[in-house]
Design a protein around this ligand. Structure first.
Ligand SMILES: Nc1ncnc2c1ncn2[C@@H]1O[C@H](COS(=O)(=O)NC(=O)C[C@H](N)c2cccc(Br)c2)[C@@H](O)[C@H]1O
Length: 532
């Protein structure tokens, strides 16, 4: 479809530039009446929004936004769950070249204000629902739902001439907590996200008859991945309501009712099911594949999941928001008993992960731990308004420095196995040193999870008097049983060197998680210390 100066599209020709709107709505021309998004209301009633209806809603939002006369590149902060209206607003922003910045309703007011201010956002749009009465935001505001987008306060912007949207214009910005604590905005262009989605869909991760359950909150790019994979392949997106995620029974009921065939989620999504109602998993006979991402899936739990979902393809999705993702590796079925680390395989089509040691040399021998660098045409543009932080991670290719291109320095450590596949080892900045030894928190956790009474475990370092002390939190299989800490400590001493044995092991009701569902080691450190 040829784009005219006013951003209109003329049916028939291919778009002149990669654009998320054209890419995600292409199926609307082929299968307009097919369900694009399945909506669930609070009573659990499911409603299909067809590609035609989604395109119409996106058009309605586009016309309302167009009246604001915003320049290409202006930022729209969107507070909403993953749902059809949010997808339509993402499409409208993409069509007008506005940057879509998803935030969560659970985000504290002051963090939201930091993001709105640092972005100098043109509009803060939230899905209909309880607002934030105390939010001191003086910029543009709007509310949106399936019924439409209403501007409550127009942004004070001079109406400017709109130009064509280019492939390098920003499609979305995702704020990550970042290990430094200050939120960093990962800026992704239309070219990066469309290139990535084309490659991953070409790798046959999904088929157009899939119904993809997305379980991550919208501000986590795993949710945008679900939107891109579903619509980009002409399949159907099934956002799972938060209320279904807290109860194993409600989640299984929902997945069955919505006839879901592929489930996306972080490893912790499966923990309550595996612990309480593993038998319920047998009801998910229609689920053909599961894609997990965000952190290593503890092997003991992964083996249980594999047993309970016989014949279901389990895919280990690895990667960072700065490239959306890097690799999708099928877990061997069955997972060999001796295997202690998960393969993250090879990068998706058109990209390459290389291992580089601290001297900047390529590592090609198995078993040598080094840092993963990602060569890819789908890398992020940079961190919002932070060229210094950008230069830390978008670096000259250490193996082809003279060519001038940059690669992503992931900060992740991995090593090659005998077959040349990468195995994730851990975060370079999470390498903890105890009395001069490198400690792998993941290794401590997997030994603890092998203890017969322990369902799951998380380890962390607690600063204590100038040094760091290794502490662990565990969840018992039977929370009514008394916890025998000395026995658990003895179990660790039998399987781990002394410096990797936790000082204390604390039973917890649940392992603390971040908003994106990953292990929250900072909160764990506070929990195990206060429990001392
Ligand atoms: N599969 C793993 N094993 C182990 N460690 C993982 C895995 N996936 C990540 N990580 C870690 O998480 C970091 C990155 O965090 S992030 O920027 O918030 N992004 C994410 O978590 C999610 C990521 N954007 C994403 C989004 C959609 C699909 C996929 Br597929 C992946 C990586 O650098 C790794 O340290």
């Amino acid at each position: 479809m040829q784009r005219t100066g006013q951003g209109e599209t003329v049916q028939g020709e291919e778009p002149t530039a990669d654009n998320l709107y054209d890419y995600l709505l292409a199926p609307a021309a082929r299968t307009p009446d097919k369900a694009a998004v399945v909506e669930a209301d609070e009573s659990g009633t499911l409603t299909d929004i067809s590609y035609r209806q989604l395109a119409a809603l996106a058009e309605q939002y586009t016309q309302t936004l167009e009246l604001l006369g915003l320049e290409v590149g202006e930022r729209i902060v969107v507070e909403a769950p993953s749902c059809a209206a949010a997808v339509a607003l993402l499409l409208a922003c993409s069509k007008l070249g506005l940057a879509f910045v998803p935030v969560s309703a659970q985000m504290p007011d002051n963090r939201l204000m930091t993001i709105l201010t640092s972005l100098d956002a043109a509009l803060y749009a939230r899905a209909h629902g309880p607002g934030r009465p105390e939010l001191p935001w003086a910029g543009g505001t709007a509310r949106f739902a399936l019924s439409g987008l209403s501007i409550d306060k127009a942004p004070a912007r001079p109406t400017r001439r709109r130009r064509n949207v280019l492939a390098l214009d920003t499609a979305y910005i995702i704020f990550t907590s970042g290990s430094s604590g200050r939120p960093k905005g990962v800026v992704m262009s239309h070219r990066a996200i469309v290139t990535f989605l084309r490659a991953v869909i070409a790798d046959q991760l999904v088929s157009q008859c899939d119904r993809i359950a997305s379980t991550s909150p919208l501000q986590f790019d795993f949710a945008l991945f679900g939107i891109g994979l579903a619509l980009g392949s002409g399949a159907t997106l099934v956002p799972v309501p938060r209320t279904c995620l807290d109860s194993p029974r409600r989640m299984v009921t929902f997945l069955r009712k919505a006839r879901v065939t592929q489930v996306h989620g972080v490893p912790s999504l499966w923990r309550p099911l595996l612990r309480h109602d593993a038998q319920l998993l047998k009801q998910l006979d229609q689920v053909r594949s599961v894609i997990f991402a965000g952190e290593s899936f503890p092997l003991a739990e992964l083996r249980r999941l594999q047993q309970m979902l016989p014949g279901t393809r389990l895919v280990n999705g690895y990667g960072a928001t700065e490239s959306m993702a890097a690799s999708f590796t099928e877990v061997p079925d069955p997972l060999p008993a001796h295997q202690r680390t998960l393969s993250i395989g090879h990068a998706h089509r058109g990209a390459e992960m290389i291992l580089v040691d601290s001297a900047g040399r390529a590592v090609t021998r198995p078993g040598v731990i080094a840092e993963i660098y990602l060569r890819s045409p789908a890398l992020f543009s940079g961190y919002w308004n932070d060229p210094a932080a950008t230069a830390q991670v978008l670096v000259p290719d250490p193996l082809q420095a003279r060519h001038g291109h940059t690669v992503l320095r992931t900060g992740d450590l991995a090593c090659l196995d005998e077959r040349g596949e990468l195995h994730f080892v851990g975060r370079a900045d999470a390498q903890v040193q105890i009395r001069g030894h490198r400690v792998e928190l993941g290794e401590v956790e997997s030994v603890l999870a092998q203890h017969p009474a322990i369902a799951s475990a998380a380890a962390t370092l607690v600063p204590r008097g100038g040094e760091h002390v290794l502490m662990a939190g565990i969840v018992l299989k039977d929370i009514t049983a008394p916890f025998d800490e000395p026995a658990a400590l003895a179990h660790c001493a039998r399987h781990l060197p002394a410096y990797m044995t936790p000082r204390r092991i604390r039973p917890l009701a649940d392992l603390p998680l971040t908003e994106n569902g990953k292990a929250d080691r900072a909160r764990l450190a506070r929990l195990v210390t206060t429990a001392a």
